[in-house]
Design a protein around this ligand. Structure first.
Ligand SMILES: Nc1ncnc2c1ncn2[C@@H]1O[C@H](COP(=O)(O)OP(=O)(O)OP(=O)(O)O)[C@@H](O)[C@H]1O
Ligand SMILES: Nc1nc2c(c(=O)[nH]1)N[C@H]1C(S)=C(S)[C@@H](COP(=O)(O)O)O[C@H]1N2
Length: 181
């Protein structure tokens, strides 16, 4: 039954950046996502960390592998959501996860716009591949908490509905919402 899956969640964290993947700069966004999850989640989870270059196939194939082979319940990507020619994370996400949840991108941009006018440049989406939710975050490390604070309250219930692992958050840090059933 949806919402009854008590096993440890498998959560993918994918940094998408030409320069971070080449070692030109240190990846700060992947670790920021890992730290965020450690701070808010009280239920058990296992992280699967990846760093890939920008592009369509590099991202699509990694996402498909993380769902179909690694068994991820949730994947958070960072980077490649902008308008530059090699920023193809949203296209690759939709190719791997065809069922788009438009509210996630709308809310993340809305909250980010309160901080920076260039937030409208992010084409970030969230979408489903089977029983896995994939959420795109911008590359800037500072955008991670802004975007996750906005959408994470709905993530545990979304995972219940798709039949993924059950997530519990520390309500003192981030209160998630499950409609009474
Ligand atoms: N994973 C990351 N870790 C640390 N800083 C990042 C990361 N991703 C992006 N940034 C910062 O945000 C800036 C803009 O990110 P953006 O994704 O637009 O980079 P980019 O110009 O496409 O280059 P690249 O794909 O090589 O990261 C970068 O110049 C960098 O300062
Ligand atoms: N919260 C937040 N959102 C943000 C930003 C930011 O600094 N903070 N940067 C914006 C900028 S400048 C760009 S180009 C887009 C896309 O970034 P990406 O290509 O690194 O994903 O995210 C936008 N969204």
């Amino acid at each position: 039954m949806a919402g009854e899956d008590k096993r440890a969640a498998i959560i993918g964290v994918v940094t998408i950046s030409d320069r971070a993947s080449a070692g030109i700069y240190e990846d700060l966004s992947g670790p920021a996502i890992a730290a965020y999850l450690t701070k808010i989640l009280t239920s058990p989870f296992e992280l699967v960390r990846r760093t890939v270059p920008d592009g369509f196939e590099s991202v699509r194939d990694e996402l498909i592998h993380l769902v179909d082979a690694a068994g991820c319940d949730l994947i958070l990507t960072t980077g490649g959501t902008g308008p530059s020619p090699r920023d193809l994370t949203p296209e690759a996400t939709e190719a791997a996860a065809p069922r788009v949840l438009p509210g996630f991108g709308e809310l993340m941009r809305q909250e980010s716009l309160k901080q920076v006018p260039t937030a409208i440049l992010s084409r970030q989406i969230a979408a489903l591949r089977g029983a896995c939710l994939v959420i795109n975050l911008p590359g800037k490390p500072a955008s991670i908490a802004t975007c996750l604070d906005a959408v994470f309250p709905a993530v545990p219930y979304c995972l219940d509905l798709i039949g993924a692992a059950r997530l519990e958050t520390d309500a003192a840090v981030l209160k998630s919402f499950r409609p009474k059933q």
